[in-house]
Design a protein around this ligand. Structure first.
Ligand code: GDP
Ligand code: IMO
Ligand code: MG
Length: 429
């Protein structure tokens, strides 16, 4: 059994948590490979909602081992809070079940303060980050100044590293941004307490993954964010600071491409985005509210992590073709098909018009993307509620056609369709 990778095909929040939980049934290990608690993944089981930020969405399956991989950035305070909340609901988050790779980088209060200061300084050009310290932590990793989780096993080294880290960041915070200085000793004391609790969870992540693969078990890599938030293949600079794409799964877990079987792209039946940056099919007004909802239902389009209303628009096939290409997607999962029920007709962007020309592919240059106009094809809608549908043959004809149209336009088969947040609201195509 191989490595299967779950990837967000759009700008995040495609329903990766729901799909990971669903596919984790056959997995021995579920591993997060990139990002941090900027992610918010929702798993709904028998009406009970779990919001996960760092812990892999396989955790609700008792038999599954969960790994927070090397490529992630971890705020230990957030991780412990999430562990405590799950434990209080009867989920086993003991060191036997939940592992933290020693090579994961630590997010400190200084990183969070810097994220906020950077965003404030950018003013109108702000990225709209989740303010979780993600960018500054990956910056330190690339500068070779980061703190890795393995320090939890060495209390003296951790304290020394944190004192030096806070002193260096204070120079930037106070000198560069006129912000208040942080107290290095207080941060070191806080992290010493985190270390005592988290040290038993430390593991050599790549070794754990390799051992599972060698004994023939399936490892499910759970992506965070989405393809268009990838630092290389997204809408730079309006991206996150990591690689949510398939390549990031390999470096983030420490495995090579020969282990991979399926690369599963999760796409919403329409498009959403949180934060700033271009969005060709974006809607506003009543049409946007129709897709977003008003926040009454748990699945309405309001951020899982920040509560911000998500920007919404019609499905964009140039984006899905881009996701197919940069991830070598073997297939797609289409989520939230139920939200489209009741529309008379459904526009789908098939190509863009750029300076009077038709372009099939998603432009890498934001200036070109800003000039792209979506060209829509109108598909017939369906009136029926599909939330109870479990077999492809029971979908309304128009819904079936919508799914087939997406597969043909994206260039990848649709293996599963999700028709609600619940574990059972899932159709194997
Ligand atoms: P993720 O970040 O990709 O894991 O996605 P989020 O959890 O942030 O956002 C997806 C939201 O849609 C969550 O509230 C899910 O419970 C919900 N959801 C997932 N799949 C479906 C679906 O097929 N239909 C509906 N109505 N909600 C869904
Ligand atoms: P999941 O895993 C949606 C967006 C932020 C911002 C940009 C950079 O739930 O799909 P960052 O804090 O990462 O530096 O912010 O990326 N962003 C997400 N948008 N879903 C996410 O995660 C996101 N994680 C980051 O809104 O635009
Ligand atoms: Mg999310």
């Amino acid at each position: 059994m191989p490595l299967n990778i779950i990837i967000g095909a759009q700008w995040g929040d495609e329903g990766k948590g729901h799909i990971t939980d669903r596919l984790a049934h056959d997995a021995a290990v579920v591993a997060r490979y990139s990002g941090g608690d900027n992610a918010g993944h929702t798993v709904t089981i028998a009406g009970e909602i779990f919001k996960l930020h760092l812990i892999p969405s396989g955790i609700i399956h008792p038999g599954v081992l969960c790994l927070i991989g090397n490529g992630t950035v971890v705020n230990p305070a957030v991780l412990l809070r999430e562990m405590d909340a799950l434990a209080a609901r009867g989920v086993d988050v003991s060191p036997e079940r939940l592992k933290l790779s020693g090579g994961a980088h630590l997010i400190t209060p200084a990183h969070i303060a810097l994220d906020q200061a950077h965003e404030r300084a950018r003013g109108k050009e702000a990225i709209g980050t989740t303010m979780r310290g993600i960018g500054p932590t990956y910056t330190d990793k690339a500068r070779r100044e980061g703190l890795r989780a393995e320090l939890f096993a060495d209390h003296d080294a951790l304290a020394e590293a944190l004192m030096a880290h806070v002193a260096a960041k204070n120079e930037a915070l106070v000198g560069g941004y006129g912000e208040a200085a942080l107290d290095g000793a207080a941060v070191a004391a806080e992290f010493a307490a985190h270390a005592r609790r988290l040290a038993p969870h430390l593991v050599d992540g790549p070794l754990l993954v390799d051992e599972a693969l060698r004994r023939g078990a399936m490892v499910l890599a759970e992506g965070a964010q989405g393809t268009l938030l990838d630092i290389d293949h997204g809408t730079y600079p309006f991206v996150t600071s990591s690689s949510p794409t398939a390549g990031g799964a390999l470096t983030g877990l420490g495995v090579g491409p020969r282990e991979v079987d399926r690369v599963i792209g999760v796409a919403k039946a329409f498009t959403t985005r949180v934060g700033s940056g271009p969005f060709p099919t974006e809607l506003d007004g009543a049409a946007a509210t129709r897709l977003r909802g008003t926040g009454e239902k748990p699945w309405d389009e309001f951020g899982t992590t920040t509560g911000r209303p998500r920007r919404v628009g019609w499905l964009d096939l140039p984006i899905l073709r881009h996701a197919r290409r940069v991830n070598s997607l073997s297939e797609l999962v289409l989520t939230k098909l139920d939200i489209l029920s009741g529309l008379d007709e459904i526009p789908v962007c098939v190509v863009y018009e750029l300076d009077g020309r038709r372009v099939e592919s998603f432009p890498h240059d934001l200036r070109a993307l800003a000039r792209c106009r979506p060209i829509y094809e109108m598909l017939p809608g369906w009136a029926e509620d599909v939330t109870e549908t479990r077999r492809p043959g029971d979908l309304p004809d128009a819904a079936r056609r919508y799914v087939d149209f997406v597969a043909a336009g994206a260039g990848a088969p649709v293996s599963y369709v999700s028709v609600g947040p619940g574990r059972e609201q899932f159709i194997v195509m």
